[in-house]
Design a protein around this ligand. Structure first.
Ligand code: ADP
Ligand code: MG
Length: 366
């Protein structure tokens, strides 16, 4: 089409709108994995099983034991801007779920073959339902409560995207990393990943007893499973403010104050790459300059050159004080007051790094 002429303004067809949206959200198989695991966790799942074929390009299947989707709502779940997670602008200002845009399933349907197998946990139906995303056909089928979303032949309709994919091994590694990011924030949920019929990663559910620092113990266990003993053996516990119960996000009065907890590696554990820097805001994995800078500044005097500190830091704050609707993949957030977050993270990591030294000094004096 010549670009030098004025052309009529047309409304794009729905399918094309979804494909454009998919371009923002789905870069590679790991993006689909992330969205589907988000949904499983939002549905209260305690066990999530991911099955992949050919690095996820041929098949991505995510099975959960969450509360399922009611038959009458199943076709709506695949529509654009259809969500059970927000209903008003007010809800958007205080998001408590991983999802809220109602775009992921519709976007994925526009670039792959999707089917959803689900049964609610309400016990009012004797079987589940299978929805074929392409035909819209709904069939009764056997399964226990929960949902399985199957995505086949990703990017079949967009060969340009398909060409950007790397080898199966590389795509698999990205998929595993996507699940790991969820797993490190949810020790009480079990995860398993299968690739071409082989179990490639498994993180068993850890019993979380929130009383008396149990959340840090559960987290320690999950970090040891998810990142390896090396990570945790060289890390110190982070908990700020010092009198807060780690992992407890709201006080008895329901008020959510700013908190930071997790584990930070001792300076000797620093690496040449920044691959072991995990930051979460209200349970969501983020790439955040404020948190990154604050953590880095706590290591200022003890790390030299380009050594990268390692950490898994969990920031929780009142959801009205953070905007999660700034990026289609929600990997970036905007704090209402980034200074308070920066100071909290800085103090939290400072205190954690100072603690073992002062303990050692105290025992040396005794
Ligand atoms: P969002 O997560 O932003 O709401 P999605 O397109 O990812 O949008 O999902 C649309 C809706 O489908 C969700 O709001 C939810 O009600 C339902 N849904 C999707 N996946 C699951 C699942 N695994 N278990 C239960 N409900 C689900
Ligand atoms: Mg979602």
């Amino acid at each position: 089409l010549p670009s030098s002429e004025r052309r009529p303004i047309l409304e794009l067809p729905d399918e094309l709108i979804s494909q454009i949206a998919a371009g923002e959200v789905v870069e590679r198989p790991a993006s689909v994995v992330r969205e589907l695991v988000d949904n499983a966790l939002d549905a209260g799942a305690t066990q999530v099983t991911v099955r992949l074929q050919a690095g996820g390009v041929r098949l991505i299947s995510v099975e959960d034991n969450g509360w399922g989707i009611h038959r009458t709502e199943l076709p709506t779940a695949l529509k654009r801007h259809a969500t059970s997670k927000i209903a008003s602008l007010g809800d958007l200002e205080s998001v408590h779920t991983m999802g809220f845009r109602g775009e992921a399933l519709a976007a994925i349907c526009s670039i792959a073959e999707v089917s959803v197998l689900t049964r609610t946990d309400s016990g009012d139906e004797a079987h589940g339902w299978l929805l074929d995303g392409r035909s819209g056909e709904l069939q009764p089928t056997a399964r226990g409560p929960g949902t399985t979303v199957e995505v086949r032949e990703l990017f079949f309709a967009t060969p340009a995207r398909r060409k950007f994919l790397k080898t199966d091994a590389t795509e698999l590694a990205h998929c595993i990393e996507a699940v790991r990011r969820h797993a490190l924030a949810r020790p009480e949920v079990g995860f398993a990943i299968w690739h071409d019929g082989k179990l490639v990663a498994q993180w068993r559910a850890v019993a979380a007893d929130l009383a008396g620092g149990g959340a840090l113990d559960a987290l320690r266990q999950r970090l040891a499973d998810g990142l390896g003993e090396d990570f945790i053996e060289q890390a110190v516990a982070v908990n700020w403010p010092a009198d807060a119960v780690p992992g407890e996000t709201a006080l008895a009065d329901g008020v959510q104050r700013l908190r930071v907890w997790g584990f930070a590696g001792v300076p000797d554990a620093a690496r040449s790459r920044s691959d072991w820097q995990y930051a979460y805001v209200n349970g969501r994995f983020v790439r955040d300059k404020v948190i990154g800078h604050a953590a880095r500044s706590a290591y200022e005097d003890v790390l030299h050159g380009h050594r990268q500190p390692v950490y898994a830091l969990y920031v929780s704050l009142d959801p009205t004080r953070v905007d999660v609707n700034v990026h289609p993949t929600k990997i970036e957030v905007r704090f209402r007051d980034s200074r308070e977050v920066h100071q909290a993270v800085r103090h939290a990591v400072d205190a954690a790094l100072a603690a073992p030294r002062s303990a050692a000094a105290a025992s040396a004096q005794a």
